[in-house]
Design a protein around this ligand. Structure first.
Ligand SMILES: Cc1ncc(C[n+]2csc(CCOP(=O)(O)OP(=O)(O)O)c2C)c(N)n1
Ligand SMILES: [Mg+2]
Length: 395
């Protein structure tokens, strides 16, 4: 199992009295909901409708997880072992790939913006591995790992990060613009929320052409405060577009926590304004993400009905590689890391007697080697030729 990441001084606040105050506050208030964690736990236990909606606090999330664990282990036992191995492999590969990105970025091999996915692996793997190959995906700029889950090779992603010819778009897109028409992976978008409109259009095209494809449209919680989110969901529900909107709620939009920027605490519930199906999902639990996505896919395939999934995880690293992160505490990060998605999944796989520690070590080694090969490929790949400057440029 790779070491937990996010504790390096480089990315974490070093001092500040203000941070200490924040730490105290988060101890008594459950993530800005104005309720004590104990109350939340009680509410989650006693009110069925509150289930899943309020497990914002880490302890509450864990209590909920333990409640569903037994049935989940039974479900794991029935799943194809190859699929489970691939799910774990993709999560570990994503973690190690991003750790390596941080390393080579600091060495100056990658330039410009670079947003890492560490801590959110269960969202990408749980949702995308529930799709058919022909289904479509569109996302924001935190896109390296999602591109790999959709089938892009680590070599192609790493070379793109380097701005090299061997990258998925020839080195012209960089970190934020992974793209592959063949793999039905439509970016990689830097304008916050912009892909929500494009994703809705993709779902419209699929319906118009009757292709049977479902679109997964990912965006962060900070995108939800924009008009494009509301306009798109309204249209999708009105026209029954087979789009699954996945809000990856990692609780921060750059340095601003959700509680400082959004008047309501539930993003999933916003779908009710459009009478759209919605679910709140524990984003540290890959099996829960998979189950919720399968339910959404079934709705989409049946009659084109869209769904909004709010999947809550936690951004372990800074917003991007240049973020010093002095707006949150080390304690806060460590608390969320107690529910690391890879550790939780491995524990369940072990409890289900599907894999052993030895298998985990083999999977980790395979991922390390794949990432090493990707770096060697990117190192050797040439920069794009000058003659390429104006190809694929549309204006
Ligand atoms: C329209 C627009 N406004 C502002 C920005 C600057 N910006 C880049 S990332 C970001 C935060 C987005 O946070 P979130 O949607 O939660 O995604 P996360 O980074 O957490 O994955 C902002 C405000 C932008 N790129 N586009
Ligand atoms: Mg966010």
């Amino acid at each position: 199992m790779p070491a937990l990441i996010g504790t390096e001084d480089l990315i974490l606040p070093k001092v500040a009295t203000r941070q200490k105050t924040v730490a105290k506050t988060t101890k008594t208030l459950a993530n800005g909901n104005g309720q004590k964690p104990d109350n939340l736990a009680k509410e989650a236990k006693t009110t069925p409708t509150a289930k899943g909606l309020d497990f914002v606090d880490v302890d509450v999330a864990q209590a909920e997880f333990l409640e569903r664990r037994k049935s989940q282990i039974t479900a794991i036992k029935k799943l194809d072992k190859k699929l489970l191995r691939e799910m774990l492999y993709q999560m570990v590969l994503g973690r190690i790939f991003e750790e390596k990105c941080a390393e080579v970025y600091r060495m100056g091999k990658i330039g410009g913006f670079c947003h890492l996915y560490i801590g959110q692996e269960a969202i990408g793997v749980g949702s995308m591995m529930a799709l058919e190959k022909t289904d479509m995906v569109i996302t924001a700029y935190r896109d390296h790992v999602q591109a790999m889950i959709k089938g892009m090779t680590p070599e192609s992603v790493m070379a793109e990060l380097y701005g090299k010819e061997g990258g998925c778009v020839g080195g012209k897109g960089g970190s934020m613009h992974m793209f592959s028409k063949e793999l039905e992976f439509y970016g990689g978008h830097g304008i916050v929320g912009g892909q929500i409109g494009v994703g809705t259009g993709m779902a419209y095209a699929a319906k118009y052409k009757n292709t049977g494809q479902v679109t997964l449209c990912f965006f962060g919680e900070a995108a939800v405060n924009q008009g494009i989110f509301h306009e798109s969901l309204n249209m999708a529900q009105l026209w029954k577009l087979p789009c699954i909107y996945i809000c990856e709620n990692n609780q921060y939009g750059m340095g601003t926590s959700q509680k400082r920027a959004m008047s309501s605490r539930s993003i999933a519930k916003k779908a009710e304004a459009f009478e759209m199906a919605n679910e709140f999902v524990d984003g540290m639990d890959v099996m829960a993400v998979r189950d919720a996505t399968l339910r959404a896919i079934a709705r989409a395939r049946k009659d084109g009905s869209p769904t909004l999934l709010e999947i809550r995880a936690y951004r372990y690293m800074g917003h991007s590689m240049s973020d010093p992160g002095n707006y949150r505490t080390r304690d806060e990060i460590l608390k969320y890391q107690e529910r690391d998605p890879i550790v939780l999944f491995q524990d369940s796989l072990k409890a289900a007697k599907v894999f052993t520690d030895k298998d985990f070590e083999t999977i980790k080694q395979e991922a390390i080697e794949a990432v090493d090969r990707a770096v060697a490929f990117a190192d050797e790949s040439p920069y794009p030729a000058e003659s390429e400057l104006f190809t694929d440029v549309l204006a």
